[in-house]
Design a protein around this ligand. Structure first.
Ligand code: SF4
Ligand code: SF4
Length: 345
């Protein structure tokens, strides 16, 4: 299957490895997992499908396992009973038992998954699997009664789902045939052609606006934001022509990066002048550090490993800044957890 590569502007950093060809059929995709009974990615009760592979490489990424398209291995200490079966199973001998647990030499690991197949407790796990469209559709439709009763549906997220746009378009069209509300959560870094393929089958677009300043956007995500904003305008124009569809904007509040007064004001002014009558919600998503262990299990460094959550006072302050920056205050909200010690500040 052809996996789309992010459009590149002069000066962009290399992003995740450009794997364009995977040994999968056109009606298959690489996904991480599906999350049932989700309430954070659109209205009502939903199932969110997390695709693997992303076109950006945000410094604060909360889903580091979704950046690469490749299946990746991780080891979960809490599940391990120390039986040593994985060490005996591994054909490359890249696992070692140490005082700090099972260590994997990632240069030698070929992600064959044999250790995970033999591990009796699920402590060795493969992140990422190839799924067929029909199989996934059948799974998603199992909760249709919940979607119908709650006003929910299905959200495609990631990673960046539109890097696998053909698969998404096929899946979304079948969901619409079955009367399911559909949403796509995108960072916007994709070809406009990919957006055009999915828009006819999407009820709600959740579109990330992380920064308006192009150079800062490149510093934080590896890519300048010109293509992203061009795609956002394209979505806006599509929604103007199809007013039953909705647009929600999402901005991460990241300490030392986007959680700055001038950043929120810049984004607010952009929304007010460009999208004010076209978007239904602007959500400020508070920094989340629950992914710290994911980085450790993937042997990845994380710049934000010791960064605390925002305080309740910080979240209120950014909400106030956003509400004074132009867009309708009733459309603005802040989501996510605040640091416990500061929740009463
Ligand atoms: S995925 Fe394969 S190569 Fe990697 S540790 Fe497991 S058995 Fe060894
Ligand atoms: S096979 Fe599983 S439980 Fe046994 S040592 Fe390996 S990771 Fe731990």
């Amino acid at each position: 299957m052809q996996i789309e590569q992010a459009p590149v502007e002069a000066g962009d950093q290399a992003g995740p490895e450009p794997i364009q060809e995977l040994p999968i059929r056109g009606d298959e995709a690489v996904i991480l997992h599906t999350q049932r009974l989700s309430t954070e990615d659109g209205p009502g009760i939903r199932t969110t499908v997390f695709f693997k592979g992303c076109s950006l490489n945000c410094l604060w990424c909360h889903n580091p396992e979704s950046i690469s398209f490749k299946p990746q291995m991780h080891w979960m200490e809490s599940r391990c009973i120390g039986c040593g079966i994985c060490l005996k199973t591994c054909p490359t001998g890249c696992l070692t038992k140490t005082e700090d647990g099972i260590k994997r030499d990632r240069q030698r690991c070929v992600s064959c998954g044999k250790c995970a197949q033999e591990c009796p407790t699920g402590a060795q796990e493969v992140l990422g699997k190839i799924v067929g469209q029909e199989e996934l559709l059948k799974e998603l439709l199992k909760d249709k009664v919940y979607y119908d009763k709650s006003g929910g549906g299905i959200t495609l997220s990631g990673g960046e789902p539109l890097m696998q746009a053909d698969f998404c378009a096929g899946l979304l069209s079948k969901l619409k045939e079955n009367g399911v509300h559909t949403a796509v959560d995108t960072c916007g870094m994709c070809s406009t052609a990919s957006l055009e393929r999915i828009l006819p089958f999407v009820d709600l677009i959740l579109f990330d606006v992380k920064e308006i300043h192009p150079e800062k956007h490149r510093d934080y995500t590896g890519h300048d934001n010109r293509k992203i904003l061009e795609n956002l305008i394209h979505v806006r124009d599509y929604i103007r022509a199809n007013p039953a569809k909705q647009l929600w904007i999402r901005t991460p509040l990241i300490p030392g990066a986007t959680a700055e007064e001038e950043v929120i004001q810049r984004i607010g002014r952009f929304i007010y002048t460009t999208l004010e009558n076209d978007m239904q919600r602007w959500e400020l998503c508070a920094f989340n550090n629950l992914c710290r262990d994911k980085y450790r299990r993937l042997d990845m460094e994380w710049k934000y490993a010791t960064t605390p959550l925002l305080s309740k006072a910080d979240m209120t302050r950014f909400e106030t800044i956003a509400r004074s920056s132009g867009p309708d205050p009733d459309k603005i909200c802040v989501t996510g957890a605040a640091s416990v010690e500061n929740t009463n500040v």
